[in-house]
Design a protein around this ligand. Structure first.
Ligand code: 2IT
Length: 447
């Protein structure tokens, strides 16, 4: 397998699909050497098969807004790979959603899910519906209209969606209600991220952020450091940022910056639990403005318009917002300001040249598919609880999440160890995830 040749053919086939091509390039580059030691992979054309999604559903979603106007959006479900289990992955509602974005996310999800140790294939879906400025009633009508089509594509043993950007517990609730009506199926297992009274797992809302901090702790402990007392900068103020800052605070770190599309909030004395919980109110308002934090806590929080979290001096940077949110200039600014560690929590949050900069400048860096896998892993734990018709305690779920993140860290160390003793976490995560999926595909024949 030659990365260059495969990329050239994908570029010719999908010339506009930037995010998808970027995600594939990163993985192929990391696995090329290992892959070429396995002629049986080459013979079965594993890579050529793995880069294409199994199938993509595309559908029209029409709904009526509060003023009575008829609106039409496009909905998608990308079922990427089912070699190790049913398709599993979130739904993203964002105005910029395209097939390219969902293909990149589905591709990443396939390897991430393999890393979790649980039997889940990769999928992703969503819509170009923009939740910003929408009322609760509009959100409900959109979710119902979306499920009116999506329900044909999914099932508790086939494809199990969850939340992602723009989709949280509220949206999962509206979609689950509609699914049950349409499918006449009252098993609670077709979506994850449900409310705890109707089949949701305790700690699922926290899990992505908590898992990311458990991973960060392992990364630091390996080099004799600890997060206690560190200054942490976080981008975003959604579910993932909320969980990450909650656990960072519990572990004794100081969260000194959170950001949004409008700018950054600097919190010199550190975020408090009260401020952190206010993020949930800000998110549910659909205003999408981080400035609201400074309006609510004017004495403690300073808002700067148009700036990113990476402009605030910190030890550890945690991108928790969107793909490609951290550019080379941001990585350089972080270094100038004394930062030495970046754990990518968002999917593909760092641009490729920013990652190279981190790696060439002695940063500890770990990629999203390892760092954020605690979210989907806890979705997997939710599926197990649903299948058994039981619910576990917070302690039970947290222990399992801890174990899974430790295991993912160990897989990265095993497959990412460099001759100089450093760990290349990008390589480690990609190779570990790939080997599992490739082996599973190989053993199941040419299908
Ligand atoms: O990117 C992700 O891993 C998610 N949005 C969570 C997916 C899931 O199925 O819980």
């Amino acid at each position: 397998m030659k990365t260059k040749e495969i990329m050239a053919s994908l570029q010719a086939k999908y010339p506009t699909e930037k995010e998808y091509l970027q995600a594939v390039q990163e993985v192929l580059e990391s696995i090329e050497e290992v892959y070429n030691k396995h002629p049986e992979f080459e013979k079965a054309k594993i890579v050529e098969r793995l880069v294409e999604p199994d199938r993509i559903f595309t559908f029209r979603v029409t709904w009526v807004d509060d003023s009575g106007e008829v609106r039409t959006n496009i909905g998608y479900r990308v079922q990427f790979n089912s070699a190790i289990g049913p398709y599993k992955g979130g739904l993203r509602f964002h105005k910029a959603v395209t097939p390219s974005m969902l293909k990149f996310l589905g591709f990443e999800q396939t390897f991430k899910n393999a890393l979790t140790t649980l039997p889940m294939g990769g999928g992703k879906g969503g819509s170009d519906f923009d939740p910003v400025g929408k009322s609760d009633a509009e959100i409900m009508r959109f979710c119902q209209a979306f499920m009116l089509e999506l329900w044909r594509c999914i099932g508790p043993d086939q494809d199990i969606p969850a939340g992602d950007v723009g989709v949280g517990g509220r949206e999962i609730g509206f979609m689950n209600g509609m699914y049950q009506k349409l499918a006449q199926e009252y098993h609670t297992g077709v979506l994850t991220g449900k409310g705890v009274t109707w089949g949701g797992s305790i700690l699922r809302p926290e899990a992505t952020g908590f898992g990311a901090l458990y991973f960060t702790q392992h990364l630091l402990h390996r080099v004799g450091k600890d997060i206690k007392g560190m200054k942490v900068a976080i981008s975003g103020f959604g579910n993932v940022a909320w969980g990450a800052s909650k656990k960072a605070m519990q572990l004794g770190a100081q969260v000194i910056a959170v950001s949004g599309p409008d700018g950054v909030c600097h919190i010199p004395e550190g975020l408090t639990p009260e401020m952190n919980d206010y993020m949930l109110v800000m998110r549910a308002s659909n205003r999408n403005l981080v400035e609201d934090l400074a309006v609510k806590f004017p004495e403690k929080v300073r808002f700067t318009k148009g700036k990113k979290a990476w402009s605030i001096p910190c030890d550890i940077a945690l991108p928790c917002a969107f793909q490609n949110e951290l550019a080379l200039e941001d990585a350089q600014e972080l270094k100038r300001n004394g930062c030495w560690c970046c754990c990518e929590v968002s999917n593909m949050g760092c641009q490729p040249d920013a990652i190279h900069f981190f790696q060439n400048n002695g940063f500890l860096f770990a990629p999203g598919k390892a760092v954020n896998a605690g979210g989907v892993a806890t979705s997997g734990l939710e599926m197990t609880q649903n299948a058994q018709h039981i619910s576990w305690s917070a302690q039970e779920v947290d222990e399992k999440l801890h174990w899974i993140m430790e295991n993912i860290h160990e897989q990265c160390v095993k497959f990412g160890a460099q001759p100089d003793g450093r760990i290349d976490y990008v390589k480690g995560a990609n190779i570990a995830g790939f080997m599992k999926v490739a082996q599973a595909m190989l053993e199941q024949g040419i299908i």
